[in-house]
Design a protein around this ligand. Structure first.
Ligand SMILES: NC(=O)c1ccc[n+]([C@@H]2O[C@H](COP(=O)([O-])OP(=O)(O)OC[C@H]3O[C@@H](n4cnc5c(N)ncnc54)[C@H](OP(=O)(O)O)[C@@H]3O)[C@@H](O)[C@H]2O)c1
Length: 160
């Protein structure tokens, strides 16, 4: 079973405020769709609630919530990280799509991080945990300095 985090993070590790994203980068959203389509995505209840049109199409949506037996149409709802892991598919890449609380609980478990680094600082109420780059190898890097805000795509693989 493999777990990949996919996230866009500001220079100050900010990822969200008022249960919304902090920037609008259409190319990054398209890339997110391309990478995650056809796969399982795992998210916290707040991130699910932030989606404008409910479950993301053409993906198995797993939502983690303490509310037992919470029924959300089009989603598999689980009440713990362990049950989320058990609902994932072996031999497939399973994507952790946020938010802050879920990233924190999966950072030590994940094998790979698709990191969009947004080169600005933002006021926020949710942050990604600090990444110890000693534990990761950068296997892909593509800068988009022309964009406002500028950003860089990185793929990090956990060192064996
Ligand atoms: N920049 C990015 O790439 C990115 C990506 C995704 C999200 N975000 C942002 O992140 C923010 C949301 O993050 P967040 O940390 O506030 O919320 P979250 O992680 O999306 O969801 C938190 C909720 O998940 C449930 N939960 C978490 N851990 C659990 C566990 N171990 N067992 C059972 N339930 C658990 C609880 O739901 P219940 O309250 O129902 O029990 C909790 O209230 C938003 O601003 C969003 O826009 C940013």
């Amino acid at each position: 079973m493999s777990f990949s985090i996919i996230v866009a993070v500001a220079e100050n590790y900010a990822i969200g405020a008022n249960n919304d994203l902090l920037w609008y980068i259409p190319e990054d959203l398209k890339r997110f769709k391309k990478i995650t389509t056809g796969n399982t995505i795992i998210m916290g209840k707040k991130t699910f609630e932030s989606l404008p049109n409910g479950p993301l199409p053409n993906r198995r949506n797993i939502v983690i919530s303490d509310i037992k037996n919470d029924c959300v149409e089009g989603c598999i709802v689980v009440d713990s990280i362990q049950n989320a892991i058990e609902a994932c598919k072996p031999n497939e890449e399973n994507f952790i799509i946020g938010g802050g609380s879920i990233y924190k609980q999966f950072l030590d478990i994940a094998d790979k991080i698709y990191l969009t680094k947004v080169h600005r600082n933002y006021d926020a109420d949710v942050f990604f945990p600090k990444i110890d780059f000693n534990n990761w190898i950068t296997t892909f890097k593509e800068s988009h300095k022309e964009n406002n805000p500028p950003y860089t795509y990185l793929i990090l693989n956990r060192k064996k």
